[in-house]
Write a protein that binds this ligand. Structure first.
Ligand code: DQA
Length: 145
């Protein structure tokens, strides 16, 4: 099985980016942790980051159809990325939306997600461990099928 992990704009700066909000764990650290857990479970993890919405759409078109699950932190595209949403909406595979910070405790513009209506669920505010929790849920679902 394959699980696709997508990181949106500015998440390549994790570790240096507003650490009081996003923590000091780097994107490489997060991806390594996901790959390790995936390897343990015998599942391939494909990790993609881009600052460009169109590149994320390309990656979803390329890898999304073969994936048994998607974990996505869309960054600011969460709040307005309609072509990203449409690219995800055509897939039948479960999508979990992850945010490092608790978006509901922050500015009003972060309270709206255009991804949430097509996501299976959302994890927000649990830092980098949120990605691992999302992966754990997907692995449990895969074991059930
Ligand atoms: C974020 C929250 C978004 O509002 C913000 O634009 C990000 C990161 C998070 O992980 O908390 O880039 O998705």
């Amino acid at each position: 099985a394959t699980i696709l992990v997508i990181h949106g704009p500015n998440l390549n700066m994790l570790g240096r980016r507003e650490p009081h909000l996003y923590g000091t764990t780097t994107l490489a650290d997060i991806n390594t942790a996901l790959q390790q857990r995936g390897a343990e479970a015998g599942v391939q993890i494909i990790c993609i980051q881009s600052n460009h919405e169109g590149e994320l759409v390309d990656a979803i078109q390329r890898h999304g159809w073969d994936a048994q699950g998607i974990i996505i932190n869309p960054g600011a595209l969460t709040h307005y990325g309609l072509s990203l949403r449409d690219a995800l909406a055509m897939l039948a595979t479960p999508i979990i939306e992850v945010h490092l910070s608790n978006v509901y405790q922050r500015e009003a513009f972060r309270h709206t997600s255009v991804i949430a209506p097509i996501a299976r669920g959302q994890i927000t505010g649990l830092g980098w461990r949120g990605y691992l929790l999302a992966l754990e849920w997907l692995l449990a679902e895969l074991r059930n099928t």
